[in-house]
Design a protein around this ligand. Structure first.
Ligand code: IMP
Length: 498
């Protein structure tokens, strides 16, 4: 059976499918959205996150990192940016420009009039906070301040791009409280941030008022003019298509970064779970027929700060990732191998083998073994279907460890009416950063398969040692690995159960 036939069979009775991540993002959603968009979907819709996400698309042999446009843009399908998305018009217009220069148009794009509008003040406040000691390692795309405004009921929406007077009134109201705070902050630092490329190199900066509101108005009205044909009621499009067309929901980030379910406060301010995603396109999650939660096969990554019990090299690795980048690792670490006994060096080698550097921030992604307590927690919300990616990265790894449970090592800690004590064994993560920071992993150790897997096209082609590991994960999580990825290409995909 060809891959197309397998996908068609797998999704035979499905009208609406979703792809979300069960870890900290960067698990390869883009590849699977592209795959299902190519062979199956009529409509692809994003509902969460914003320009903090990133996926690489290849146009005429050249790679581009896109942040705003959905991963299905290159296919001749409707692509939707839903109401839950933090919409950055500068980023979207740049990406549309790139498409147009490559001879592609963006007529298949629809942007929700109700998506949340990223403004210069959001990016300034995000970057300002991240220059403090209480930073959490954000992507600096304005997400926290934007969603704060949304819940404080002072935010703007994409629709405001189309109504000059309303935009200006709302902009001024939105800035009022922020200016009081900003006037007490480090003015030199503000001046510097306001000249950042993401803030259009200083065009919104006023040395006396901080923001030149006329410049913001002019530029944002210009964006409105460029985008107006694409802005519409996307929620209605999706509801009308429900049950008639094949809808694919594209997640962003990962469940463990969810503001509601993740390792709070080291999280993104939106909810990347299936619930947040469905809501972010205007649907009830019950309308989604099948949800696939992606994880990396047998290792995992995290960008930014926050607890990660299985991290190779622990705190040393987190610090290393703060101060290094792809270039320094390439120059200084080529002798490390994924079988290194030194954990920090093993982690660096796995990062290099897997190309684990942030698409948005270029930061090295922290690496660690697969963590089942975290996965069990994620699957309680995202359901039991899994996709395992990057399985080939560990092809030459002699020993593979999987964290099956934690031992709590901290002082007595109350979670609701239960007290967790030193030495307690925990099998399912509790989404609480303090708790997680005091956990150490217990591992189950497996032999590696030591064999190339990138040419496998059927489950039976995979080495039995790898299949044992997959069965172990399914068994431990009471889930089912439905699709597997053994390389970046579309065809390097294995579909089970067909
Ligand atoms: P923010 O979303 O920029 O506010 O960042 C909050 C946290 O989420 C930081 O730890 C980021 O590194 C992380 N984060 C946000 N977007 C992504 C993503 O697409 N992949 C991985 N981590 C992300």
């Amino acid at each position: 059976m060809s891959l197309e036939e397998q996908i068609t069979k797998l999704l035979d009775k499905v009208n609406t499918a979703a792809i979300v991540c069960n870890q900290f993002g960067d698990t390869g959603k883009g590849k699977f959205v592209d795959l299902l968009a190519f062979y199956w979907a009529d409509i692809i819709a994003r509902g969460t996150g914003g320009a903090n996400a990133g996926h690489t698309i290849n146009i005429k042999g050249k790679d581009y990192v896109f942040h705003m446009l959905p991963s299905g843009m290159l296919h001749d399908k409707i692509n939707i940016i839903g109401c839950g998305v933090a919409f950055d018009p500068r980023e979207a217009c740049n990406e549309i420009d790139i498409l147009e220069q490559a001879g592609r148009n963006s007529n298949n794009l629809r942007i929700s009039y109700n998506a949340k509008l990223v403004l210069p003040q959001h990016i300034l406040l995000d970057m300002l906070k991240e220059s403090n000691t209480d930073k959490i390692g954000t992507t600096g795309r304005g997400m926290g301040p934007l969603y704060t405004d949304h819940t404080a009921r002072t935010g703007l929406t994409v629709n405001d791009l189309l109504n000059k007077d309303v935009f200006y009134q709302k902009l001024k109201r939105n800035l009022r409280d922020k200016l009081k705070f900003l006037q007490t902050a480090d003015q030199e630092l503000i001046r510097k941030i306001m000249h950042h490329e993401r803030l259009e190199n200083g065009i919104f900066y006023s040395p006396t008022e901080i923001f030149d509101t006329s410049a913001i108005l002019e530029r944002y009205m210009n964006y409105g003019e460029l985008l107006k044909e694409l802005i519409t009621n996307t929620e209605e499009i999706i509801r009308e298509a429900l049950g008639k067309q094949k809808i694919l929901l594209e997640g962003a980030q990962g469940l463990l970064l969810s503001v509601d379910y993740g390792t709070y406060p080291f999280v993104t301010p939106s909810d990347p779970s299936i619930q947040g995603l469905a809501k972010g396109v205007g649907l009830n999650e019950k309308a989604v027929d099948v949800v696939y939660g992606i994880i990396k096969g047998f290792y995992m990554t995290r960008v930014g700060d926050g607890p990660m019990p299985t991290e190779f090299g622990g705190e040393k690795s987190a610090e290393w990732c703060r101060t290094n980048n792809r270039e320094t690792e390439k120059a200084n670490c080529s002798q490390y191998t994924i079988n290194n006994h030194d954990e920090l060096q093993k982690g660096i080698a796995i990062r290099m083998a897997g190309g684990e550097y942030g698409a948005t921030t270029k930061r090295p992604r922290r690496t660690g073994w697969l963590d089942l307590p975290l996965l069990r927690h994620a699957m309680k919300i995202n359901g039991d279907k899994l996709i395992l990616t990057k399985l080939d990265v560990l092809d030459q790894c002699e020993t593979i460890k999987i964290c099956t449970e934690y031992i709590y090592q901290g002082p007595d800690y109350n979670i609701g009416n239960k007290t967790i004590r030193k030495g307690d064994i925990i099998q399912t993560e509790i989404p609480d950063a303090y708790f997680l920071q005091h956990c150490t992993p217990n591992y189950r150790v497996f032999d590696g398969w030591l064999q190339k897997t990138t040419d496998a096209t059927n489950y039976g082609d995979l080495p039995s040692k790898m299949r044992n590991l997959i069965a172990f994960i399914d068994n431990e999580t009471k889930g089912r690995s439905a699709m597997l990825s053994v390389g970046p290409e579309r065809e390097q995909t294995i579909v089970r159960d067909v």
